[in-house]
Design a protein around this ligand. Structure first.
Ligand code: SF4
Length: 332
């Protein structure tokens, strides 16, 4: 490991060694296209979102742990490590599937102590990643939320969400339903390197446009903005402009976080792909999981002012291309 990279790792938050997988005994294991799925019975459905995640949600429901999109920066890698699984390459090839989640969710939503707070779907792993096409856990989850009239937001990078468009529309008749596609940048060369299993930014923006056209308000989670890689004024402008063209109802900037479990994997990627940036990351992050506060303030202010200029959240529709990106989308 690069000496500078070593000094970037926080001794206080260094990850524990990988333990024996804690799910091993209960799980039924199946393999699909090089992905190993451990099927475990869901013990809880609604989980609290850690404040440190900086997401605008308090509660989440995640049918999968691990994610085939394999984003080098994914904060959910830490959860894999907590389960005793490999948070590196194994994060994308070993997926924990929470079976019976919809039934469990129905019970939790019906509990007297549950007050109907909005929930986010897909925080610990993309809920529309490819294995969802096999397990189809999302339709009964959406029905459970709709039957309870519970507000929710779906977070995804995947066009597979459009499979469930009718269910989203049905749910939207009884409760506020929103979606957010995660598009931290629109440069596909960067995407191929750092998000190798994810749909292209263009395709995600087409999904955003299709959802908005269908009446499901969809925003762009501009996450993460990668310091010194996708934070230039040109990158920020291009991303916000394309979000506006897709009719995004909001743009939420989140600068890269590097908690333990994510940090090691991202820094290894950085050293491979951009070795010259490692010392500059050291200056920006030191041993903290978050970048320097002035830097974060500056970048988020830039994004907010671009979003304001494009009328996102007000009249961004005027920026939409005559030919809506949604029309370019071919549904499977
Ligand atoms: S799509 Fe989301 S959950 Fe999946 S690896 Fe990327 S950041 Fe993580």
């Amino acid at each position: 490991m690069h000496a500078v990279q070593e000094s970037l790792l926080d001794a206080g938050t260094a990850p524990p060694p990988i333990e024996r997988p804690r799910i091993e005994r209960q799980a039924v294991t199946r393999a699909f296209d090089g992905v190993t799925c451990h099927e475990v019975r869901a013990r809880t459905a609604v989980e609290r979102v850690p404040e440190a995640a900086e997401l605008p949600f308090q509660w989440s429901v995640s049918p999968y742990r691990g994610c085939e999109s394999a984003c080098a920066y994914c904060a959910a890698r830490r959860d894999h490590r907590r389960l005793g699984l490999d948070a590196g390459a194994g994060f994308a090839s070993t997926i924990v599937v929470k079976t019976g989640l919809a039934d469990r969710l129905r019970r939790e939503l019906a509990a007297p102590k549950w007050e109907g707070a909005p929930v986010a779907l897909g925080v610990a792993g993309d809920c529309y990643q490819p294995v969802e096409d096999v397990y189809r856990l999302m339709p009964p989850i959406l029905r459970a939320l709709a039957d309870a009239g519970n507000p929710f937001t779906v977070l995804t990078k995947s066009p597979l969400i459009l499979r469930d468009l009718d269910l989203l529309r049905e749910a939207a008749k009884v409760a506020p339903v929103r979606a957010a596609v995660s598009v931290g940048f629109v440069d596909d060369r960067v995407r191929r390197s750092v998000e190798p299993g994810a749909a292209t930014p263009q395709r995600r923006l087409e999904v955003c446009a299709a959802l908005n056209d269908a009446g499901i308000p969809c925003g762009v989670l501009m996450a993460p903005i990668l310091p010194l890689i996708t934070d230039s004024p040109d990158h920020l402008l291009a991303t916000v402009r394309r979000a506006a063209e897709a009719g995004a109802v909001s743009v939420t900037p989140i600068v890269l976080r590097l908690p333990s479990g994510t940090r090691e994997w991202y820094l290894a990627w950085l050293e491979r792909e951009h070795p010259g940036l490692v010392p500059r990351y050291q200056a920006l992050y030191g041993r903290s999981p978050v970048a320097d506060a002035d830097y974060r303030r500056r970048i988020t202010a830039q994004v907010h002012s671009l979003a304001e200029a494009y009328g996102i959240g007000r009249d961004s529709r005027r920026w939409r291309r005559r030919r809506s990106p949604a029309r370019q989308l071919t549904l499977a």
